[in-house]
Ligand binder design. Structure first.
Ligand SMILES: [Ca+2]
Ligand SMILES: [Ca+2]
Ligand SMILES: [Ca+2]
Ligand SMILES: [Ca+2]
Length: 480
């Protein structure tokens, strides 16, 4: 309460009636001041953290171009929500030699349009961390309704780009670009949280483009797991959606995956009720990965209408479903309406799925193509293309993906490689280049009765056929 009163007093003190903060719009600029500024266009504040602590609910905070060094704290609760936006997309740079953006106490905050990176080698761990430190982690009062939208998260020199953990919930990560994490860590580490939506993002690595060496040591682009059991009152990540993202240009280790569910060998399900749909996974790079999609010790995982296309050197092309440590066997794994296509004909291993490590799965209505050669088949694996009772076998007419331009941001040119001004435009490029063909290929797949298990789909959606057009509803925000 004291904090609230102080905050209220600060707002009153800092926002005299003469402030020109029209329509709840406030400004931050590198030339601004947190002591003499009032947040108006003429007298902007100097730091985002100060603006967040002083702007009222429903505010729009516009951050002027420039480089902002130091930690950005998004730590106030807002019932309706505020937006903190780079006034010119990607022209406000957030830099720190430690974690750059944190939300440990925030509610209802959208961060939009920034270029976010470590300042260089030697930085402390993580670029962005969202975790619940409101009271006890994962109790009724949690960090929630945090949105990361249209940002470029790149070049962590220590650990993940974005970590969401310790009981946070209702986190949306939408329309961002991710490249170059560090060490055996991820672009997004979804760890012991619930209701996370990851959609319309582009994930790739391009270490050389950042003047770094590629050690083939990085981990999955997205991991969904629980490292800390019930220490945070949350046992397993739950209700996670990964949809309409583009994954490409693998430079990571041979032990990890574009998307990995479960990692830490726990004795409980590290993730439950996870939907991975309509993603484009492009095997354009020469660096082998473990498999496009991997699950270790999880329940209720649906992988549908994804397109895994390209040479994609991998220990397995499509998936690895296994257990490690104290993991329970995977159960309720559904894989349908996907395309697994290697136009180069080098798909020599379809899955790594040891018997006994997955006890219930559905494989139905997928398309398989190995450049005209025989599909791989292994008696050592639980899941082979022959397990699909309604397969589509044939050429989906998807091109080899090895000539793709990696769409990294070029600040000097003010555009993404390929000549696009926004992440959405760069994303649309892929739609034009590849996804229209993917959509054509998906039309080859026979529609099937919906087989969404009750653990994932509500009764209201249970009769609905899964969408076959992956990106036609890019602006939709509906939840499952
Ligand atoms: Ca809490
Ligand atoms: Ca991590
Ligand atoms: Ca936990
Ligand atoms: Ca195998």
């Amino acid at each position: 309460m004291l904090r609230l009163i102080l905050t209220t007093l600060l707002v009153i003190i800092c926002l005299p009636a003469t402030a020109s903060a029209q329509n709840n719009t406030y400004y931050v600029a590198v030339s601004g001041s947190d002591t003499s500024g009032d947040g108006s266009a003429a007298q902007p504040w100097a730091t985002i953290g100060y603006a967040v602590s002083n702007a009222p609910d429903s505010s729009l905070i516009l951050v002027r171009p420039g480089t902002y060094n130091g930690r950005v704290r998004l730590d106030e609760p807002f019932a309706t929500g505020i937006t903190v936006r780079s006034e010119q997309p990607y022209r406000a740079l957030l830099r720190n030699n430690d974690v750059v953006v944190t939300s440990y106490y925030g509610q209802g905050i959208t961060l939009e349009g920034f270029d976010i990176a470590h300042s260089g080698p030697g930085a402390g761990a993580l670029l962005v961390q969202i975790q619940d430190l409101r009271g006890e982690p994962g109790d009724d009062d949690v960090v929630e309704r945090i949105v990361l939208r249209n940002n470029i998260f790149h070049d962590s020199y220590n650990n993940d780009l974005v970590k969401v953990n310790n009981g946070a919930r209702q986190i949306t990560i939408s329309g961002n670009m991710f490249y170059n994490q560090s060490g055996s860590d991820e672009h997004i580490d979804v760890n012991s949280v619930s209701e996370v939506l990851i959609q319309d993002n582009i994930f790739f690595n391009d270490f050389a483009g950042s003047g770094r060496s590629n050690n083939n040591s990085t981990s999955s682009y997205v991991v969904i797991k629980d490292s800390n059991a019930d220490d945070d009152n949350q046992l397993g990540s739950r209700d996670i959606r990964v949809r309409r993202n583009i994954f490409l240009n693998w430079e990571g280790s041979t032990g990890t995956c574009f998307v990995l569910v479960g990692e830490d060998g726990q004795s409980f399900y590290e993730a439950q009720d996870v939907l991975i749909e309509n993603n484009l996974m492009l095997g354009n790079a020469a660096n082998p990965l473990r498999a496009a999609f991997c699950v270790k010790g999880a329940r209720g995982i649906m992988f549908r209408a994804n397109s895994v296309v390209g040479d994609l050197p991998g220990l397995a092309f499509a998936m690895r479903l296994n257990t490690e440590g104290a993991n329970l066997p995977n159960t309720a794994i559904s894989l349908y309406n996907n395309i697994w296509a290697d136009p180069s004909g080098s798909m020599n291993d379809f899955s790594d799925t040891p018997a006994g490590e997955t006890d219930a799965f559905t494989l139905a209505n997928n398309l398989y193509w190995n450049g005209g050669l025989a599909l791989p088949q292994s008696a050592d694996d639980l899941i082979n293309p022959t397990n699909d009772s309604t397969p589509t076998l044939g050429d989906p007419l998807l091109a080899a993906q090895d000539d793709l331009i990696v769409p990294r941001w070029n600040a000097t040119a003010g555009e993404f490689a390929g000549g696009f001004a926004t992440i959405a435009a760069a994303s649309m490029r892929w739609l034009g280049h590849t996804a229209s063909r993917v959509q054509a290929a998906l039309r080859l797949i026979k529609p099937i009765p919906h087989i969404c298990p009750a653990t994932i789909c509500s009764a209201g959606r249970a009769a609905v056929r899964p969408t076959l057009a992956p990106w036609s509803d890019r602006t939709a925000r509906r939840r499952y």
